[in-house]
Unconditional design. Structure first.
Length: 301
């Protein structure tokens, strides 16, 4: 049976643990809290320890610790020569992210779950097939109330999602262009970021907020002949409307498989010898760089 080490057993780590077990893996957990270690054992962990370095030498590792601890948790695992799946963002520091990407480019991957979302996969397919014409822009909205992460602000948690979506649809992440701050005193909680390819003119606009009482998750891809949209994260369809056509949008059905399970399945397949998951360490480092640049442009360096 495949054996995976999981660093972290918090709100998200428990869901990762659940899905790893559902995929048939034996899971060893590293988490500092005695209470969390007891909960992991009760949930069926193969073993528990206090930190990443205490995990046994097994088939692969998943890091789901607080963002500020990612680099610290990755370091003791890199010498083992096994694949490592790190919850996004790779780190919250461009220097450490770039170092990881340069030193271990082929064994570390980032858990960008939106790149496994059926609706986003359909948008990527439509964009790549030419069904929308030449792609002009990608626009995303990630608005909600509050930030449950106590170690980093919402910009570090929300922007990587939308940057990874743009990466999947366009195949790359353009350079930072402009930043709009609605509430400068509320650091990182409300921000609109625009990226732009100065050669092609393609733009990516991401609006994020932890100050939005009504939840909104939406992605729009604007082409020269048509526009496609995933209107909500739980929608089972993508809408496509032709520019200049008043007939109304066409609905394209997509499945509703949960992206966390899909990305972990891809990682497990890679551990068994299959192709690598999406979002390489190099791509993860670019995301970290863009978030850091956006925060600096907003005056939150």
């Amino acid at each position: 049976m495949l054996e995976i080490g999981l660093v972290g057993f918090g709100r998200w780590g428990k869901l990762i643990f659940r899905d790893l077990r559902a995929l048939g893996a034996r899971v060893h957990v590293a988490v500092p809290s005695e209470q969390s270690r007891a909960a992991a054992m009760e949930a069926g962990a193969a073993s528990v320890c206090t930190q990443a370095s205490g995990l046994p030498d097994i088939d692969g590792y998943v890091v789901a610790a607080p963002t500020i601890l990612h680099a610290q948790c990755i370091t003791p695992l890199t010498g083992r020569g096994k694949p490592i799946f790190v919850e996004k963002p790779l780190t919250c520091d461009p220097v450490s992210a770039q170092m990881i990407a340069e030193e271990i480019p082929d064994r570390i991957f980032v858990m960008d779950k939106w790149r496994y979302h059926p609706g986003i996969l359909k948008l990527s397919e439509l964009a790549g097939s030419g069904a929308l014409g030449d792609i002009r822009a990608v626009r995303s909205y990630r608005l909600g109330w509050g930030n449950p992460h106590k170690d980093v602000d919402a910009a570090w948690i929300l922007l990587p999602h939308d940057f990874s979506i743009a990466q999947d649809i366009l195949g790359y992440l353009p350079e930072l262009d402009t930043v709009l701050v609605q509430h400068k005193d509320l650091e990182g909680e409300d921000l609109t970021v625009r990226l732009k390819d100065k050669t092609t003119g393609v733009s990516v606009t991401c609006e994020i907020s932890a100050l939005h009482p009504g939840n909104k998750r939406s992605v729009v891809v604007i082409g020269s002949t048509a526009v496609a949209q995933l209107a909500d994260s739980y929608d089972d369809r993508v809408l496509v409307a032709k520019i200049g056509d008043d007939a109304g949008p066409q609905e394209i059905k997509v499945d509703t498989r949960m992206p966390l399970l899909a990305e972990l399945e891809a990682f497990i397949a890679h551990v068994k010898g299959g192709p690598p998951p999406k979002s390489s360490a190099r791509e993860g480092a670019v995301t970290v760089q863009r978030v850091a640049e956006a925060r600096a442009m907003a005056g939150w360096a």
